[in-house]
Design a protein around this ligand. Structure first.
Ligand code: HAM
Length: 420
């Protein structure tokens, strides 16, 4: 074949070993945090029926679906997100599942997006969802797990914030402004475009939905609200949405991450299925796109054909957090050195090296055994750049005496290690 490019297709990524070090840092933290908060792991096929994905149409993501027909003419697609698949899986076993359930998955998702910073055409997402409970403790647990993951990755609390709002609150406020409920979904979608298109274009979208000038002005006024107290004054002290938000802030404080939460009425979320509290995490400088996002979606199960069931969840992508981490930690991923590197001077010491590697591996250590004889300078040069904590170089004298030196590459201390 001529002119085959070495590049991955546009928007797709290859992961070389140095990239995997970063990716594993993120995935390990995700899994550890989800498990620590009692979520059970699930998985699903990457290919989904197009119909399921389009059933929640009228939103940005449905225009970005990688769709195709299989050889039998079935209309299929690569999943752009995990939530419809989760809803399908739960609906399929609805009478048998022990609700509330807490499930997590690390899922690769595909979206044909315009390529901008932090947006690829393929990414991995940690999804954590709690299905079967209306309690705001669910939101608090999911956010607590996300905080735990961010801390495990090494990101300082000072570097980021979780912006929280509520579609139910905005719905109440829009209704008080005289905007009928039927128009709310379209208003949410229009408002979510804020920052991406001009306010004048958003106003045009709102007018196209049938809002008059007074209602358009009122909508923008609502977005100028900056504190939960201001919102409470507008919504009324008996507002259920305000009570819910206050409960979330209180629980977050009790869980040790209250300082990370921020009320931000401008958080709307682009997906149409959200019904209650919604949230998005950003770096404090707002240099990057959302790190993660999610919220409550109490109607989706019914929408895919299941019984109405309350649900809340989040998607946490690997791309933006990777950029935020590099910014905070530097370009080289900090790794904890572990295991052994074993080298030898000439072929005569190879049997001793193989025997030592076998013994250490049997004891449970990771061992990188040199494939060729080397000069000590080369061996230590390479061992120093790799991730081994301890280097053992075996020369003729070591074989003769039956003892080599195990050099700790961090402390530089050497201790004898038996070869027989
Ligand atoms: P989302 O906001 O569309 O929500 O995506 C969640 C996260 O996935 C984003 O905050 C971002 O980190 C990452 N992400 C999304 N698209 C891309 C992309 N093109 N390139 C890189 N990263 C991306 C959802 O997907 C919801 N299904 C989340 C959810 C789960 N809600 C309830 N349960």
């Amino acid at each position: 074949m001529n002119n085959v490019t070495f590049e991955a297709p546009r928007g797709m990524r290859d992961f070389y070993p140095e990239d995997m070090v970063w990716r594993n840092r993120v995935f390990d933290a995700w899994r550890a945090a989800a498990e620590r908060f009692g979520f059970q792991n699930y998985d699903a096929c990457v290919v989904e029926s197009l119909e399921l994905l389009q059933r929640k149409s009228g939103e940005e993501v449905s225009e970005q679906i990688y769709a195709f027909e299989d050889k039998s003419g079935r209309k299929l697609a690569l999943r752009p997100e995990m939530t419809p698949t989760l809803a399908r899986m739960v609906a399929a076993r609805q009478s048998r599942l022990p609700f509330p359930i807490k499930w997590y998955a690390v899922a690769q998702c595909f979206r044909y997006e315009r390529m901008t910073r932090g947006r690829k055409r393929e990414h991995y997402q940690l999804n954590m969802d709690i299905i079967g409970s209306e309690d705001v403790l669910c939101e608090a647990e999911i956010l607590g797990a996300a905080v735990s993951a961010m801390r495990a990755m090494g990101l300082p609390d000072a570097a980021w914030r979780i912006h929280v709002s509520s579609r139910a609150l905005l719905g109440e406020l829009l209704a008080k402004s005289g905007i009928p409920e039927a128009q709310h979904p379209a208003v949410f979608i229009a408002l979510d475009k804020r920052g991406k298109i001009s306010d004048e274009e958003i106003a045009d979208l709102l007018r196209a939905e049938g809002l008059d000038e007074a209602a358009v002005a009122k909508t923008f006024e609502l977005l100028a609200v900056t504190t939960l107290e201001e919102a409470a004054a507008l919504a009324g002290e008996d507002s259920p949405a305000i009570a819910n938000l206050r409960a979330l802030f209180e629980t977050a404080r009790a869980m040790g991450y209250g300082d990370l939460l921020l009320f931000d009425i401008a958080v709307i979320r682009g997906l149409s299925y959200y019904t209650g509290i919604v949230f998005e995490a950003f770096d404090v400088q707002r240099k990057f796109r959302a790190i993660f996002g999610g919220g409550r979606y109490d109607s989706l199960l019914a929408l895919v054909g299941g019984q109405p069931t309350p649900a809340v969840g989040m998607g946490f992508g690997d791309v933006v957090v990777g950029e935020v981490l590099r910014e905070a930690l530097g370009d080289t991923c900090p790794v904890e050195r572990h295991g052994y590197a074993i080298g030898y001077m000439t072929p005569e010491q190879r049997p001793a090296a193989i025997a030592l590697a076998a013994r250490l591996r049997a004891e449970g250590h990771n061992v990188d055994l040199a494939l060729l004889p080397q000069k000590p300078k080369h061996f230590f040069g390479k061992a120093g750049n790799a991730i081994a904590r301890t280097a053992v170089f075996i020369g003729p004298d070591d074989v003769a005496s039956g003892v080599a030196q195990a050099k700790d590459l961090v402390t530089r201390e050497a201790t004898p290690i038996a070869l027989r």
